[in-house]
Design a protein around this ligand. Sequence first.
Ligand code: FES
Length: 576
Amino acid sequence: MSEPSKPLRSTSWFGQHGKDGFIHRSWMRNQGHPPHMFDGRPVIGICNTFSDLTPCNGHFRELAERVKRGVYEAGGLPLEFPVFSLGETNLRPTAMLFRNLASMDVEESIRGNPIDGVVLLCGCDKTTPSLMMGAASCDLPTVVVSGGPMLNGKYRGEDIGSGTHVWKFDAEVKAGKMSMAEFMDAEGCMSRSAGHCMTMGTASTMACVAEALGMSLPGNAAIPAVDARRHMLAHMTGKRIVEMVHEDLRMSQVVTRESFVNAVRAVAAIGGSSNAVLHLLALAGRMEIPFSLDDWDAIGKNVPTLVDLMPAGKFLMEDFYYAGGLPAVLQRLDQHGLLEGGAATVSKMTMREQNASAEVVDERVIRPHDEPLHKDGGIAVLRGNLAPLGCVIKPAAASASLMQHRGRAIVFDSIEHYNERILDPDLDIDATSIMVLRGCGPKGYPGMPEVGNFALPAKLLEQGVRDMVRISDARMSGTAYGTAVLHVAPESAAGGPLALVRDGDEIELDVAARRLHLHVDDEELARRRVEWQAPPPRMTSGYQRLYHDHVQQADAGCDLDFLVGRRGADVPRESH
Ligand code: FES
């Protein structure tokens, strides 16, 4: 075992003489740790988001055990600690509201404890960014281990994908093409093993982001949760984090601006979730790395979508792993000059070296560069008088015929207003209309729910209409699809122009020109603004009030303003 390059932080707890050292060690020994565990070896925190209420992370106790084996093998002391776990399917009003709260929990848990390096156990959508953000603010040696995706869903001989098939089946029930009994039957066929959503939704996207940032060992993103190789990767991560502590290889030395470039291109190549935009912007803020919404467009432009996964394509994460996984995609990007090959990774190799031997095994799943699923797979950032600070659309999930469209606005003031109005059989709407949903931004809802792909009216679905332009200050689930303009900033509750749109106004969307324009003249908008009143916060106290008062807009990643930045891991020493 090599010696640490500088004194470990944990020695200021466990390495003390006298009563302070006695107190720190003695209480820990009630867990059966022998005295030599406190002999100056690296202490590795295992940040666990296990929760029965977060089904995607329900197998994390075993995953943590595998990490511990590796830590012990390398001569470290693993200590597991729980943090706020964000379960996408259960947490109300929306898990995104608590991403920043969870990141504070992670940051303070790491900083306040005798930890030299940390392994982040990430799975369900928000658990990956919240853990990376919290760890980034502390900047210790840090590695991500993802929980891995579920096995492919199977229904009547067909592969079905988490989320994606919920929206499809729901539309088919509404259109009278699927019975309720069949719908209920499909429910049990979708989630048939441990793991997170197995489509290229937000969880899979963020697992790929962590790997493309260099934050995990290669292959981490796609190994199915129940595959023995996931356990092996967790074990090897445990070994590696001990070495990283000896090398003092901190998160800020691994993740740089080049890493962000790789992550943006990886998201384009995998057809990843638009939610990654917010999470990477917030992470860059924590790491003090210059990276903006416009970078998303500029860096991701002309990167083809190579991975044919739902919701944009047809395969699932299990297929992706067997086809070569993210290392094969990164290697293919490198072959076409689309990878910052010199970027660092936690493995100590460069990104290029780490993926050099990767191979595409199935070109139906990971396509050749000149036969992509979409030629331009990036996230398009639009601006205009309706979104002065920007908004996004994922062209790969949208209808090509609607990329340039002008139509009449039908406006919904809130999700409740939408739910009530969309059922009105006399609603004056047709397939060319543009549906606008507001009051769903970070402050407005609060927490920016995933309702940006709000359903079309049943009467149009019955006519066979499957997509329309939708504009909102909300987010969209990474498992969803549709021509949805999302993250409009500023949001309506913050006084953005979205608040001023009225039924019948003409809106023009032109994705190629990166433009979103409300055809209402400035004088009329000024008149409407005088009449507009800011809605009060939905909660007037508690965390939700703090969030409302401090959350940044979507163009900055929706972090709380006072959490931006890298604060380091120094902490005053308490003397007993
Ligand atoms: Fe947890 Fe999709 S609901 S990853």
